[in-house]
Ligand binder design. Structure first.
Ligand SMILES: [Fe+2]
Ligand SMILES: [Fe+2]
Length: 259
């Protein structure tokens, strides 16, 4: 058996610091083998930078991203060189970085795939066919189908559909991007752990991690204003998934909220 802790979008240095302060206790309490974190908003002022990635690697084994992955140019060399940070696989082939990675856990390996939804997000290739393509690339490269998919998407329908499309073929499909944790965690037929959104790690009283007064002002006035992360007390949102590393089947998924 192995246990994965998946952390929802980590917002700014405030979110990074809070996770760092509680991660040891979580790992000990739940017996976590691997930590995967969505880090597309980890840099102050949005996106991900080498500095924020470094903070995340203080507690995460693998970093996934999403629509903000290319916002900061200084991270492109890291996206190219690191085999522990990935960006959506269904972005254009010549975009910096890679869409999946294989993490060696000694007794088994875990493949982590990042996909982006195409409804109300960026233009990208169809995530369903991208998933099919990667699963066939992975065939024969893993001892068992231990595969986690971070589906970074806006709509609940697209995530539900892709989760069920991949049911029985991967260990887990975990949604990210909305920064709001959903209460629909389940084991889909065939042994795939699923949740529509893991939530976020950052200021709880905020608008998706951003200072509420700025967002409200912008929405009222329609005048663009730079977003700044809120420094209100932070919380952690994530999920713990247990799976059988010999079969790749998920055994349980539970939501985690730490304040
Ligand atoms: Fe995000
Ligand atoms: Fe996002």
């Amino acid at each position: 058996m192995k246990k994965i802790l998946f952390l929802g979008d980590i917002v700014g240095s405030h979110g990074c610091r809070f996770v760092k302060s509680v991660i040891y206790d979580i790992k000990k309490k739940h017996g976590i083998d691997i930590v995967i974190a969505n880090g597309e908003n980890s840099a102050d002022g949005n996106g991900i930078t080498p500095l924020s990635a470094d903070m995340l690697f203080g507690f995460a084994d693998i970093i996934t991203t999403g629509n903000h992955c290319f916002r900061r140019k200084e991270v492109y060399p890291l996206l190219e060189s690191s085999d522990r940070i990935i960006r959506p696989a269904n972005y254009p082939e010549d975009a910096p970085g890679k869409g999946y990675c294989i993490y060696d856990m000694g007794s088994s390996q875990l493949a982590v795939i990042n996909l982006i939804g195409v409804i109300y997000t960026d233009q990208a290739d169809n995530p369903f066919s991208a998933a099919d393509r990667i699963l066939s690339e992975l065939r024969g490269r893993l001892n068992a189908p231990n595969i986690l998919v971070d589906l970074h998407a806006e709509t609940t329908s697209e995530k539900k559909a892709l989760g069920q499309y991949l049911a029985g073929r991967v260990t887990a499909v975990i949604g990210t991007h909305t920064h709001v944790q959903t209460a629909d965690e389940t084991i889909l037929p065939g042994g795939t752990a699923y949740i529509t959104d893991a939530g976020m790690c950052g200021a709880e009283l905020s608008v998706l991690g951003v200072r509420s007064d700025i967002v409200i002002k912008r929405m009222c006035s329609h005048i663009p204003e730079k977003f700044t992360e809120s420094d209100n007390p932070a919380f952690l949102n994530g999920v713990v998934t247990e799976y059988d590393e010999k079969t790749g089947k998920a055994l349980s998924i539970s939501r985690l909220v730490i304040r």
